[in-house]
Write a protein that binds this ligand. Structure first.
Ligand SMILES: [Zn+2]
Length: 505
């Protein structure tokens, strides 16, 4: 590197350090969101917008942009990690700079007004009209945004899809969801028609929250969730957030009439958390220090939640601990009753509570609606109607109100359009990762170990340690030794549910 490039690298590192420092209040604010006095919100929102403005200025400022240009010009000489990072950062800074600052900050304001207050009000009252004017502004901004960011290759909705999962387009997702539609929609109907009811212990009995928390503590040990680096909190919707690889926080939500909900949220979020905990230390002071993409992240959480956590092998080891904690509540319940209960498929309204089999249909519905937002067929005027019609078509159910329908997920109301498809893609990645891992050791037998050590070590070596120092498809293909193939997912679900329900394959 010449002297100019070395100076550029120094500037680049110095500004990145500031950007990472500025991200700390956002991290802490998120953790506090549901625990601060309600009246604190408006004043704090002003501060958050000001912090966003500071970040915008740093990221689009001449010093930073020039330093990136300088390093980009000599990218051939950079080490592979920095080279990849510069290519990514150049792309995101250029994109940010194309958004007029006033529009950017006005939009941040709209988002802060919408979520959580209006969203929670609309959701709890089941009344879409509370958020309708806000969703209108959010869709309008996103339509403008894709126009600013369109390239020769990426047009319309594809601009957003690529942001959440690099390399994914409408073309590729159409193929993926087309398969889900043709293979799983009829299969779900078949499963639902032959399923037996679950053991009566799971409907009507109370599972005390304190006992649920105790079992989740135990799951923390199984999942190697190192207490010196992690915290478990509570929130309406469970989530994971982290500040580097030594401060990883998850939340959970406990329902005393539902034993499975907190257990599987816990395993799911710990799957996300484990990913962040296992990113290489060397990447911590770079801009490549977190999980690489939404679908890869979801592949990790859903791998543990479903492929591991809903398997008979896992519970063969851990069911006795659960029964010890819930002695009276689980009286008369056998291992097979429990395994059947946690896999029982149901045509329900709520995505986050959906079983493994119907889950991708919830995502398919959201994908089709988002596509419609950009081809002009879906607006805030008809989105609720379209939503309800699709639930009737794919799952055969009548949505009773917006809280159980179009206002159940916060994503759109938090500005995230293009995010949903990664949930189904992540589940499909998980199935292929499982198959690849299973060629190297017996994963089913490892699930019965005291903890997930063997599985976690494989994931660290093949996926986690890279952070975002490579493209998601590069990491995925490196881990599984092949390109993404959705048939692993379809076959996995069909096999599992055919066995569970005694269907012929
Ligand atoms: Zn997740």
């Amino acid at each position: 590197m010449n002297a100019k490039a070395l100076r550029a690298e120094k500037t680049y590192n110095e500004i990145n350090m500031r950007l990472r420092a500025l991200s700390l209040p956002f991290f802490l604010n998120g953790w506090e969101e549901e625990h601060m006095p309600p009246a604190a919100k408006p004043y704090r929102n002003k501060q958050i917008v000001e912090l966003s403005s500071m970040m915008y200025e740093l990221q689009t400022g001449k010093r930073y942009m020039n330093a990136i240009e300088e390093l980009y010009a000599c990218r051939e000489e950079l080490d592979p990690v920095l080279r990849h990072e510069i290519e990514e950062v150049k792309l995101s800074s250029d994109k940010l700079a194309r958004i007029p600052k006033t529009e950017y900050l006005a939009y941040q304001n709209v988002l802060l007004e919408t979520y959580p207050e209006k969203f929670v009000k609309a959701k709890s009252s089941g009344d879409f009209s509370v958020v309708k004017p806000y969703l209108k502004q959010i869709i309008a901004f996103n339509r403008k945004y894709v126009k600013w960011e369109e390239t020769d290759e990426l047009k319309g909705y594809d601009v957003l899809l690529d942001e959440y999962e690099k390399g994914m387009t409408t073309h590729k997702y159409d193929e993926f969801f087309g398969l889900i539609k043709s293979e799983l929609v009829p299969f779900v109907k078949e499963v639902l028609s032959v399923q037996k009811p679950v053991h009566p212990a799971f409907s009507g009995r109370i599972f005390p929250v304190e006992k649920q928390k105790k079992f989740c503590e135990y799951l923390g040990e199984v999942m190697l969730f190192d207490k010196s680096k992690t915290m478990i909190g509570e929130s309406e919707h469970p989530y994971t957030n982290n500040n580097g690889n030594c401060d990883v926080r998850i939340t959970n939500h406990y329902y005393e009439n539902d034993l499975a909900s907190a257990i599987f949220s816990c395993i799911h979020e710990m799957g996300h958390g484990l990913y962040e905990l296992q990113v290489a230390d060397e990447l911590q002071d770079t801009m490549s220090g977190g999980g690489v993409s939404m679908a890869m992240h979801e592949s990790q959480s859903r791998f543990f939640e479903n492929n591991v956590g809903r398997s008979r092998e896992f519970w063969q080891r851990h069911f006795s601990v659960l029964k010890d904690i819930f002695k009276d509540e689980l009286d008369g319940v056998e291992l097979d009753d429990f395994v059947y209960y946690i896999n029982h498929a149901e045509a329900g309204f709520i995505r986050t509570e959906a079983d493994e089999l119907t889950y991708p249909l919830h995502v398919l519905i959201r994908y089709e609606i988002e596509k419609g937002m950009f081809d002009g067929t879906v607006t805030e005027e008809n989105v609720e109607e379209v939503w309800n019609a699709k639930y009737k078509e794919y799952l055969g159910i009548d949505v009773p109100d917006a809280g159980k329908g179009v206002v159940q997920d916060m994503h759109w109301y938090g500005g995230s359009i293009g995010y949903f498809p990664t949930y189904a893609l992540g589940s499909a990645y998980a199935a292929q990762i499982f198959a690849a891992m299973n060629t190297q050791f017996d994963v089913y037998s490892a699930m019965g170990d005291e903890n997930i050590g063997k599985i976690a070590a494989w994931l660290k070596e093949h996926i986690h340690k890279y952070g975002s120092s490579k493209r998601p498809d590069e990491i995925f293909e490196g881990a599984v030794g092949a390109q993404f193939n959705p048939h692993f997912y379809i076959d996995y679900l069909k096999n599992k549910y055919s066995n569970l329900c005694g269907l012929s394959k």
